[in-house]
Design a protein around this ligand. Structure first.
Ligand code: GLU
Length: 474
């Protein structure tokens, strides 16, 4: 059997949005689940849109997400170069080959003429399609124009009759009537190829067996198939992925402020969790498993189980998965995750390592991303005492004083500020005051922290610190 080869083909436009990363992941899984190769190809032929440093973002993202690139611009390989701007001569050669075969033609139409055609189409309320004007040029006219240095593009000559079909592995049979296909531009006047041309040339030359990409390409794929046919090449398999939408149906996009991978990463989402989540955004296993390591994904992934209905991006689900991964972290790794957020927000210089470790051990099970720690632990840093109305009401009840008085006495008797000693103080308060349950814990919690809810009471008091607690009990 032929080796499976997939490619991730991002355009270096500056960030890796969630949809891009999901494409990369599915490319990776399609290849790796069949012992194949995963190739990175940089599609930088639209130089206007290119952003400096973007290739590095792509590399950094794939690296932290544990997706190993078999061939690519930095890795090399037998099918390079892997950056399209370095392949321009190749595209020219193949475009010329199509012209020679009568499958493509020179078009010298000016921007003004095309603009007029567009306006006319607008008025008639039909979609603009190039009218094939330059198809009528004679060989002599073409040579004359070329000699005069007139700018030109090369267009694909589409059949005007019949239809073109293919079998998408996710969406099934897709058919487009040929008369609806425009004589699309293959080579632009600056000599650069369009995506529509370059993707075909490269997928063929790089021996890609499975093209995995967003379903915005579903209906233009017949155009690409006609190119394969014109060259006499075998076409790859196609796997188009469903859109990722938000609740309410809108597509996610950076422009609407939706998070990119780096945004999530910088908020303290773990790459393993993001990958796990994205794997489920359009694919599901045969059983109910929801937590997957990359190795498990590779083992279980099956193209047949990619869903063709839109996948809903649900940050709550991502939070749930991320919280799971956070709980599984070692103490050191958890510290590595949250410390930068704490250091940025609070002065830790007066806190002992012991104190910090205790703080982190409490919150490891309580946050769903790294940055959340800042808000969660606020009460241990800002010294604000702001019981809400409900808390204030609670404290007006009869019998509360008994708890507070007993607890104050117990706390003042403590010789060493440890969690165990504080626990004992709470237990003794129970005996002394005769209060238990809510009438024991709640007054102590509100009096010391100002809050009605929080982590373990003794640990909370320990973290608030001796001085502050005694002050508040006064
Ligand atoms: N450069 C294209 C994009 O970023 C790639 C699409 C494809 O995978 O063919 O959308």
């Amino acid at each position: 059997m032929k080796e499976v080869r997939t490619r991730f083909a991002p355009s270096p436009t500056g960030f890796m949005h969630i949809g891009n990363l999901r494409s990369a992941l599915y490319e990776y899984l399609v290849a790796k689940s069949q012992n194949g190769k995963f190739i990175l190809r940089i599609e930088d032929t639209d130089q206007k849109r290119e952003v400096e440093g973007a290739v590095q973002v792509i590399y950094d993202t794939l690296k932290v997400c544990n997706m190993h690139i078999d061939e690519g611009p930095q890795e090399g390989g037998n099918f390079g170069p892997y950056t399209q701007s370095e392949r321009v001569d190749l595209y020219k050669k193949y475009a010329q080959e199509l012209v020679d075969k009568g499958e493509a033609y020179y078009c010298f139409c000016t921007e003004e003429r095309l603009e007029k055609l567009r306006e006319e189409a607008d008025i008639r309320k039909v979609a603009f399609m190039y009218d094939g004007h330059c198809l009528k040029l004679s060989k002599e006219e073409i040579e004359e124009k070329l000699k005069n240095g007139e700018p030109y593009v090369i267009r694909q000559k589409m059949p005007k009759e019949g239809s073109t079909s293919y079998e998408d592995l996710v969406y099934g049979k897709i058919t487009v009537e040929n008369k609806l296909l425009e004589d699309q531009i293959l080579l632009k006047s600056d000599g650069y190829p369009t995506y529509n041309f370059a993707n075909v040339i490269d997928d063929h030359l790089m021996e890609i067996t499975h093209v995995v990409r967003g379903n915005e390409y579903l209906s233009s794929t017949p155009k690409y198939l006609l190119l394969y046919k014109a060259f006499g090449w075998e076409s790859p398999e196609y796997i188009h992925l469903p859109h990722i939408i938000k609740e309410g149906g809108k597509k996610i996009s950076k422009r609407d402020g939706d998070s990119t991978f780096m945004d999530l990463y910088n908020l303290g989402y773990l790459p393993e969790a993001i990958i796990n989540y994205l794997a489920l955004l359009g694919w599901s296993p045969a059983d109910n498993q929801e937590i997957f390591s990359m190795d498990e994904l590779i083992e279980k992934f099956d193209v047949k189980r990619i869903n063709n209905s839109p996948a809903v991006y649900d940050i709550k689900k991502l939070d749930w998965i991320n919280a799971h991964y956070i709980k599984e972290l070692s103490k050191e790794d958890f510290k590595k995750l949250v410390l930068p957020f704490l250091e940025k927000e609070y002065d830790l210089s007066t806190k002992s390592t012991e104190w910090l470790d205790e703080l982190l051990s409490i919150y490891q099970n309580h946050i769903s991303n790294g940055s959340e720690i800042v808000e969660e632990v606020k009460l241990f840093f800002n010294n604000e005492y702001n019981p809400n109305e409900e808390a204030q009401e609670f404290m007006k009840q009869d019998g509360i004083d008994k708890t507070i008085d007993a607890f104050r006495e117990e706390i003042n008797n403590i010789t060493e500020w440890t969690i165990d000693n504080i626990s004992n103080a709470i237990n003794n308060t129970k005996e002394k005051s005769g209060n238990k349950g809510k009438m024991l814990f709640m007054p102590i919690r509100i009096k010391t922290s100002g809050q009605m809810h929080g982590p373990e009471l003794a640990n909370t008091i320990y973290l608030l610190g001796e001085e502050l607690v005694k002050e508040r009990l006064k």
